[in-house]
Ligand binder design. Structure first.
Ligand SMILES: Nc1ncnc2c1ncn2[C@@H]1O[C@H](COP(=O)(O)OP(=O)(O)OP(=O)(O)O)[C@@H](O)[C@H]1O
Ligand SMILES: [Mg+2]
Length: 362
């Protein structure tokens, strides 16, 4: 089990100095718009690999007019305590995020931390998940994969880098075909890996959603599906490669790669009848919460991972169905929650002992 015991910010976002300890179970941060609730969740999320829940540039995390930020926290991982320091460092005019674990910068301890930490995130934009862009939905799915495989983002970034590289090679007058062939081979093997990981993520979600139905009276029956014009299970490396080769002049003309996992989209069919895009925002929130509940079940039962929940602006749009799902998450798992909302009263339905934090004016 992983718990964040306390946190301290120096020159992080709107906070000059901020310090608080946290409850092992349920933490509710409330306060006026702009007081720093999302910033606190972001600060917590930075202990994991990557750039946090907003995927922000490191320089934007530093309080305006200051030089660097420092976040200290103590973590409990399987009953052992670790002191973590996360800070910005400027190298060659670029800011980097550095993490120290018990004063240790070694790769081994960083790997250990990355293995141990996993987050499940709800952001207010997710209330429109099925009305937003395909890339937002792909990111949503990719984040879920990332919650059980901390090397997944590197895979996706590498794939994107090779797509750009391919475009660059094709744009010059004297095309280096040996190089181009090699890059396309890299694209195909990484692309197939991404397709396959997304498929297995989706299968486990559908599977968990089915299991959950047995002891939970959900309002919706959800069937998730990846739609992709190119991919089907029969596509192998060679046919992927020849498709890519045939599309060279087309791709060059249109300035993008027509086929590949960067073109996939995530769909949800509700009650076997209609698409989730016609649901209201509150109902889309239900679908997203159900998916997060399913993912949590999968992580805890199949992967032996206890994620930390960071749910931003979860307080609004909570009808009895959404409250039930949220309460089920809180009661079912022995994990730590961080929930935010503008008003304390939005959380009065939570009967478990919760720790409330008023962030206004800190
Ligand atoms: N680098 C920075 N330096 C100083 N202030 C910043 C920085 N980045 C963001 N802020 C400020 O931090 C404030 C708090 O932002 P945050 O998004 O955490 O608010 P919030 O409490 O989540 O509000 P809401 O309820 O509207 O979501 C904002 O006013 C924002 O302008
Ligand atoms: Mg906010």
């Amino acid at each position: 089990m992983v718990k964040i015991k306390n946190i301290q910010f120096n020159n992080f976002r709107n906070f000059k100095n901020f310090k608080t300890s946290f409850d092992n179970k349920l933490n509710i941060l409330f306060g006026d718009n702009g007081c720093g609730k999302t910033n606190i969740l972001e600060g917590i999320s930075l202990v994991a690999k990557g750039r946090g829940i907003r995927n922000s540039n490191i320089s934007n995390l530093i309080k305006k007019k200051e030089n660097n930020f420092l976040i200290k926290n103590s973590l409990e991982i399987q009953s052992n305590n670790y002191n973590i320091e996360i800070y910005s460092e400027k190298k060659n005019e670029k800011f980097k995020k550095i993490i120290k674990i018990n004063d240790d910068l070694s790769k081994d301890s960083l790997d250990f931390l990355n293995q141990a930490i996993s987050y499940l995130i709800f952001l207010p934009e997710m209330e429109r998940l099925f009305q937003s862009s395909p890339s937002y939905r792909r990111n949503f799915l990719d984040r879920l994969i990332f919650s059980s495989r901390n090397d997944y983002n590197r895979l996706v970034n590498k794939y994107k880098k090779f797509l750009l590289e391919r475009m660059k090679i094709m744009q010059v007058n004297n095309v280096d075909y040996v190089w181009l062939n090699n890059i396309e081979k890299e694209i195909c093997s990484l692309g197939l890996e991404i397709y396959s990981l997304r498929n297995s993520q989706l299968n486990s979600l559908n599977n968990e959603l089915n299991i959950l139905k047995k002891y939970h009276k959900f309002q919706f029956n959800i069937e998730l599906e990846i739609k992709d014009d190119f991919y089907n299970n029969n596509i192998d490396f060679e046919s992927y490669l020849s498709n890519l080769k045939n599309l060279r002049s087309y791709d060059k003309q249109y300035g993008g790669t027509k086929i590949g996992p960067h073109r996939s989209d995530l769909f949800a069919t509700i009650n076997g009848e209609y698409e989730a895009s016609i649901l209201s925002t509150g109902q889309q929130k239900t679908v997203v919460l159900m998916i997060l509940l399913a993912q949590c079940n999968y992580l805890v039962n199949n992967k032996n991972i206890t994620p930390i929940f960071l749910f931003d602006e979860i307080g609004s749009h909570l009808d009895k169905y959404n409250r039930q799902i949220l309460l089920d998450m809180i009661n079912r798992f022995e994990i730590q929650f961080f929930l935010t909302g503008t008003d304390k009263n939005l959380f009065s339905f939570v009967s478990t002992n919760a720790q409330f934090y008023n962030i206004t004016g800190l």
